[in-house]
Ligand binder design. Structure first.
Ligand code: BG6
Ligand code: MG
Length: 245
């Protein structure tokens, strides 16, 4: 029997859904952002941009860098340059320079750089028969996950080369969900960037924000980090949260 969509469940996939549809929409997968969620490469991105900014005599602070979280390389450069204009060739060269600075840090990454709680959560997801995916705007994401030693724990990897439209468009997470074979409503996106939460919400995913509420107010659940993020607690939270919507 079908019941009209009442508006109580705003993420229902259609306007008509069978009674108890939310049981069918149980969480099946988690899609993780990389930089700032699984490892602290957000700091390395900052140092790379800071060094380039210093060389170009552009004032660039850690606070200003916050606006670059989750933002692709080219847009990040343009934000850092604050309206200064250069020929395209020079912009390309700046991006390459920053990326080389960034890669110097990346080459030092080992499994020890996985943030606390990340491996435990990935292991729990695997043990429970759920899936994990990566949704990172970075073109260096594959190298980073190799170095962190988590490639085998990720069932799908979508990175900066997977889609044209980057965050805050929903395309990257939809690409990851497609690879995993699940609908957005069956996946939780874990993100540290405002642009990432916006992207996930635009795709109709459930969201966990990692970091301060000031940056992640629109996430369904906000955690300071993954340290105490146990799978059972997260699934229980989303069960209750969905039921109350
Ligand atoms: C995101 C980072 O994951 O990747 C951004 O949060 C970064 O800071 C973007 O600019 C692109 O990364 P890359 O490695 O392709 O320059
Ligand atoms: Mg991030």
């Amino acid at each position: 029997m079908a019941v009209p969509f009442s508006g109580l469940y705003p993420k229902a996939p259609s306007i008509y859904a069978p009674i108890g549809w939310k049981h069918l929409m149980k969480i099946k997968a988690f899609i993780f952002d990389l930089d700032g969620v699984l490892t602290d490469t957000a700091e390395y991105h900052y140092r790379g941009w800071k060094r380039l900014a210093d060389e170009l005599d552009v004032a660039f602070t850690r606070e200003e860098n916050e606006a670059l979280r989750g933002i692709p390389r080219r847009e990040s450069l343009l934000l850092m340059l604050k309206g200064r204009t250069y020929p395209e060739e020079q912009l390309q060269q700046f991006m390459e320079r920053k990326n080389n600075y960034y890669l110097n840090f990346v080459r030092e990454i080992t499994a020890a750089d996985l943030l606390p709680g990340a491996r435990e959560l990935l292991n729990e997801i695997r043990a429970a028969g759920l899936k994990s995916g990566l949704g990172s705007a970075s073109k260096n994401a594959r190298e980073v996950i190799e170095r962190l030693g988590i490639s085998s724990l990720l069932d799908a990897v979508s990175d900066g080369s997977s889609v044209q439209r980057q965050k805050p468009a929903p395309d990257l997470f939809l690409h990851a969900a497609g690879q995993l074979g699940f609908a957005a409503q069956e996946c939780v996106v874990v993100e540290d960037a405002a642009a990432g939460i916006e992207s996930a919400r635009a795709g109709n995913f459930w969201t966990i924000g990692i970091g301060p509420a000031s940056r992640l107010a629109s996430a369904d659940l906000i955690l300071p980090n993954l340290k105490n993020a146990r799978l059972g607690d997260l699934l229980a939270f989303f069960d209750t949260f969905q039921a109350e919507r």
